[in-house]
Design a protein around this ligand. Sequence first.
Ligand code: ADP
Ligand code: MG
Length: 703
Amino acid sequence: MDHVAEPHRAGGAPAALAGLRGVGPALAAKLAKLGVHAPGDLLFLLPQRYEDRTRLRPLGSLRPGARVVVEGEVLLADVVFRRRRALLVRIADGTGQLTLRFFYFSGQQRERLVPGSRLRCFGEVRAGPQGPEMVHPEYRLLTPGVPAPLPDRLTPVYPMVEGLTQARLRDLVHQALGRRDLALTDWLAPALAALPDAPRWPDLGTALRYLHEPPVEADLARLAAGTDPCQRRLAAEEMLAHYLALRGLREAGRAHRAFPLPPAPELTARFLQGLGFELTAGQRAALEDIGADLAGAQPMMRLVQGDVGSGKTVVAAVAALQAVAAGCQTAIMAPTELLAEQHRKSFERWFRPLGIDVAWLSGSMPKRLRESTYAALAAGTVPVVVGTHALFQPGLEFRRLALTIVDEQHRFGVQQRLRLMEKGAGDSGLRPHQLVLTATPIPRTLAMTMYADLDTSVIRGLPPGRTPVTTVALPDRRRPEVVERVRDACRGGARAYWVCPLIEESEEVPSQAAEATAAELTAALPGISVGLIHGRMTAEQKDRAMQAFATGRMQVLVATTVIEVGVDVPEATLMIIENPERMGLSQLHQLRGRVGRGAGASTCVLLYRSPLSALARERLDVLRSTNDGFEVAQRDLELRGPGEVLGTRQTGLMQLRVADLVHDADLAPLVQRLGAALLAGHPAAVAGLRDRWIGPDSRYRDV
Ligand code: ADP
Ligand code: MG
């Protein structure tokens, strides 16, 4: 085989990019931000969308919203002062006219735009005061007699990085496409050939070239929807790589021995008696699976899926008891400090009466406390520890760690889960059992593919006595009514969450919005205690706010989406969500799941900013019409519009480069069959795919 420069192989050395024209250290650093370390990586950096710059549009035919190339003769170029100083340029082509509007321009720029000269522009058309206009179009002056051919391919638009222009990226990708030494091995081909009914996808090289430089006749709508066969081919390949890596993990896991943890009927019975409620049939079924796994000699690798509020925490607690009874340790990890803290309280409340100590570890705890917890865990004097990412940090040692529980798995990477599990290997040579919990409702075949290292149990149904949450959508001009409603409800003793809008992707802004809203509500709700919680508060502040809300001292909790996962205050019955149109459906479902957890009837108010697009309205309607997480996920899938940014890639199972687990979920059965074909006879392809998409340094491998 020729030299094959696969992505990742080069190990991130900027030198690997030096073969490309015009790439120095500064540019290499910017490319690294996009995950591009070697020329081959450029090929897998796929465009986010495309522009059609292949055809000139007559000025008389322009519609607002279109992004088009036009040409015309300059009629006039004037600087005007209305609200803002602007350079206005009018061009005409015989079919109509177009105004170009520049707010930033140089004197030289203005001088060159003399009447009579010819311009070619690319930009988005919008409706202006005097007909169609473009604001800050890309443009160039045409020289009479000099041909200026239009591109004969669609123009890709790549993910943005500061200081890296699209033109630059296009040039680099074009160079990479032209390099013969990058001829990538098509690992998928033998697997596709082995399946007579496999889709007829283009080969890897064709697909990559097509996606970077689509021909004029390419179907833009299909590309935007992510359903072009070339995209599907790459998505399948990426999913396959992860599937194979996870299968490898599973095999590796099987080769280990685990702590056998026999059933602990006596301790479990005492625990259940103290609970004050009966387990649901769904919880019992999941516990049967778990109990059998734990008693076995191989490490359990089990995912428990259950909708928000289905009672996964109790299930985790019963599993932990089986480890405690065998004299072993259990570590319970949650993705946010808020949630970890809540679990700590639940476990303390449940386990203290049984004489079982519960330790606590978080990143923000004082060093002295952390050290004493480390000592206790290493000595094995405490059987259960609850915490955050702090649980898998170097230096922390366990003694007889037999069970790791990861809550809200979708917030962690596979790697983090494995790092926690590896904590158990040190002192005994035995592997801990793994239990992972998730509320992400994904179809079974997808779960089997993207959690291929795990067995799955599903908790069906919610605990009895819950009144389904009533969901209403209101425009923000009715905010005052909503505030009034909150006031009346709180005067009657109710508790409410008020979730603030996500304004920008900045970290600062959501907390500021929350602060402003808290101040406003404090003023509007005299006599009612309004509190605040957001990601920028210290753990102690958050805890204090949560405590006050949980005990009812605080009645309105203004929050950012930090409360999205896991927070459990059964007495809260009102959930107000601002700007729901900016959030994904599953996120909204998670947020709504914070209410409806007790006996009281609960309401969720979606306070949207009008006007709503038809699609946004339909999406909010989904939430109004069902409380079932699986159905929300299914409808979310159907309603994903092309080009919808906020909603994409939200399944969050893992970070993927090409595949979208919502759009591409249907590929799962095929991916499994392709995987079987490769595992049966193509070890080089298994390794090659893993290297290409996951990287040889991945922790998938060294376990
Ligand atoms: P999730 O599955 O979303 O993590 P939790 O474990 O937080 O749900 O449980 C939600 C609430 O339901 C908690 O207050 C919990 O104590 C309660 N709960 C759990 N199981 C039952 C049950 N079988 N009957 C009644 N309440 C239950
Ligand atoms: Mg939970």
